[in-house]
Ligand binder design. Structure first.
Ligand code: MN
Length: 418
């Protein structure tokens, strides 16, 4: 897509905190939903403030189509409008916040530190892919041996499964340690117990804006254009439950209890300068999936573990550019069967692991299935997550300007004991 004045790195805002090193400069303008008094409002992050779109729409200062889109406490109505309206509003908001405009007199700004963020959109369905080759190869080698690491389908299609939309929660929501069937070592019959192998997965989430009509298919480029924006996503996983339940139909309860997303949806528009080519394909893809377009993203992602007591430990630095399939290809594959694509569908990329040891996106890989525990400077060790541990994922793009995703945080609560 073309860059325009909303991408001009020289532009500054009259919201002074947006200028400088903010994750949310004038060029970003990500959408979120927050609690304001007794209301739930839609807003755009600018510096350390939120521009209140619900109020602006009520005042008649912004208008998208013929009916209000920011009064329902979720982004879905706006996301359904499509790329032309998304872009028009971006231009309007960019100009409104530009230093050349006069700050409005109405109360349209709200402090982020005072805001409680809600789920930004109603999740219609959640599909989790498995699109990082390093991750698929590492996990495959662990469970099936190095020679069977990648299943024969992996290089021909983005492997995925349908997850649980109701388990998706916004950053800051506590995550209860799940319970389930586990086959303990040396036993042939399972027990029902809290997971002992609670893990994180560092992923990128794609948020679908425009729906397909009547099960229509999409090319990767069309699918890319149907994606409204992106969030950081932590696909919490109970590895012991997963190992026992996953054959032959894939993960079920081991990933259904919670999936955390960051509260700000960074738009496809804002990410335009950070496009990257997708990695070359080992086998030519079928025409419906193949693309020469730069549909990938250069998004640096970092995960850290914040223990209940003691200093945080960085777990990995990875990048969305490592994905073998771009989000547009994942969505094109989903649509290729005739499956309906709906506003509010959420697509997880799968754990993003890079080629080296510092870029592994799950504890399963970092600790080699728990055999090589992490060591904190104060002597604490972790094979998997303990109660009270928090995982924080951040994401940043650096180029002509720098933008951030905010933080995707979740802390582990003790299990409800069976
Ligand atoms: Mn996953």
């Amino acid at each position: 897509m073309n860059l325009d004045r909303t991408h001009d790195p020289a532009r500054r805002s009259w919201v002074s905190s947006a200028n400088g090193h903010s994750e949310f400069p004038l060029q970003n303008l990500p959408y979120g939903v927050f609690q304001r008094g007794s209301g739930v409002h839609v807003g755009v992050a600018i510096g350390d403030m939120i521009l209140d779109l619900t109020v602006l729409e009520n005042l008649g200062r912004i208008k998208v189509g013929d009916v209000p889109v920011f009064q329902a406490g979720e982004l879905n109505a706006f996301m359904a409008r499509g790329p032309a309206d998304w872009h028009r509003l971006r231009v309007v908001l960019s100009d409104l916040l530009d230093v050349a405009s006069a700050p409005p007199e109405e109360e349209i700004l709200f402090e982020q530190t005072a805001a409680r963020m809600n789920m930004p959109f109603y999740v219609r369905s959640f599909t989790d892919f498995y699109a990082s080759r390093a991750h698929a190869a590492n996990v495959g080698a662990m469970f099936r041996g190095a020679e069977n690491a990648l299943m024969p389908n992996w290089l021909h299609l983005p492997v995925g499964y349908n997850g649980r939309a109701s388990g998706v929660v916004v950053s800051g929501t506590a995550v209860r340690r799940p319970t389930g069937q586990v086959l303990q070592q040396g036993s042939t019959t399972p027990v029902y117990a809290p997971t002992m192998r609670l893990d994180m997965e560092v992923e990128l989430g794609a948020v679908v804006g425009t729906a397909t009509e009547g099960g229509g298919t999409l090319t990767p480029t069309q699918a890319d254009e149907a994606i409204f924006g992106y969030v950081l996503l932590n696909d919490w996983s109970a590895r012991d439950l997963q190992l026992w339940e996953y054959q032959p139909l894939g993960p079920f309860l081991s990933k259904a209890f919670a999936t955390t997303i960051s509260p700000w949806v960074v738009t496809r528009d804002a990410l335009a300068p950070f496009r990257t080519p997708i990695p070359p394909k080992e086998h030519a893809l079928l025409p419906y999936l193949a693309s020469d377009e730069p549909l990938g993203f250069d998004i640096a992602m970092e995960a850290s573990l914040v223990p209940g007591a003691g200093a945080p430990l960085s777990l990995c630095q990875t990048n969305a550019k490592h994905l073998y399939y771009a989000p547009g290809q994942m969505l094109a594959h989903l649509a290729s069967s005739g499956a309906p694509i709906c506003t509010g569908d959420l697509l997880g990329s799968g754990t993003i692991s890079g080629p080296d040891d510092s870029s592994l996106g799950s504890l399963l890989e970092i600790t080699e299935n728990g055999t090589q525990p992490l060591r904190f400077p104060d002597g604490q060790e972790r094979a998997f997550l303990e109660d009270g541990d928090q995982i924080s994922i951040t994401g940043r793009c650096t180029g002509p300007y720098s933008i951030g995703f905010g933080s995707c945080d979740g802390a582990i609560q003790a299990a409800h004991l069976p």
